[in-house]
Design a protein around this ligand. Sequence first.
Ligand code: ZN
Ligand code: ZN
Ligand code: ZN
Length: 89
Amino acid sequence: MASEVCQHIDAVTDVKQAKARRCEECVKIGARWLHLRTCQSCGATLCCDSSPNRHATKHATSSGHPVVASAEPGERWLYCYPDDQMAEY
Ligand SMILES: [Zn+2]
Ligand SMILES: [Zn+2]
Ligand SMILES: [Zn+2]
């Protein structure tokens, strides 16, 4: 990992990939999503800020899990919510 990023992203050594390509919370409520993010603390796959329900952001806020990875095909980056930092891997 690059040294320019925050400690949260720095602590991610093995990037968790999405187990299933769907937002776990949207599925429960029958909602739609746009893009998917995978929490690097617990592995939950949730929807991005462009989705109506913004489950990944809600999860980061409520659980304190700081870092998500993009779960979109071909995208290889991590994002830290508390530090607003993004890093490719
Ligand atoms: Zn951070
Ligand atoms: Zn969602
Ligand atoms: Zn989590």
